[in-house]
Design a protein around this ligand. Sequence first.
Ligand code: ADP
Ligand code: AMP
Length: 213
Amino acid sequence: MNLLIMGLPGAGKGTQAAKIVEKFGVAHISTGDMFRAAMANQTDMGLLAKSYIDKGDLVPDEVTNGIVKERLGQADIKEKGFLLDGYPRTIEQAHALDAALADLGIQLQGVINIEIDSSKLLERLSGRIIHKETGETFHKVFNPPAAGYNENDYYQREDDKPESVKRRLEVNMAQGDPIIAHYREKGLVHDIEGDQDIEIVFSDIDKVLSNLV
Ligand code: ADP
Ligand code: AMP
């Protein structure tokens, strides 16, 4: 299956992506994760990305389109399919993705659109914690780790601080509607209510995807 997962920052894309990957075996391509890995390795691309990400701005399209196209061209994608998470985030990226998929002879099959009121997102993002060893995402209150929350084993993202969150929400809200409209026109969008328990959100997504396989 070749899929996109969309939604505002904090909507639950990464959380649901992990479950989709586990059940359906697709490759998870998260541009945010790719940038964070490049930042951790201090590559040239990582240093460039950091200057945008820390402020809550988008990394320029040329850079982002390039890393996604390269990843989509790797051998495992045709075999397993993919779930793109956090991309496209501008209409120009959506057009670049259309062109990249056409070049590679890959067809997009569905877009999961997680809907949630923006008033819920600040508390989602300010409580987000990530396990240092596995990269798994939890929430201090809404989804605490089963073994308990030991501060030393988790980190909080730099861009989950309130100043960056405000900017990220503005940027993503301004850019998001034309992208969804683009995929609605193609009849690919499945809207999912994001303000429900994590397991219920997944069960709604599972119903949609089970009909696509
Ligand atoms: P995104 O990838 O869309 O930015 P995440 O999946 O990282 O969002 O989720 C943001 C935060 O909200 C995380 O701390 C996560 O544990 C929590 N979360 C995700 N889905 C839900 C949900 N349905 N209800 C409550 N909290 C959630
Ligand atoms: P995410 O992990 O998806 O919340 O992304 C974290 C940050 O990485 C975003 O706030 C952007 O600065 C950057 N980023 C991730 N994906 C993209 C994208 N498709 N286009 C531009 N910037 C991106």
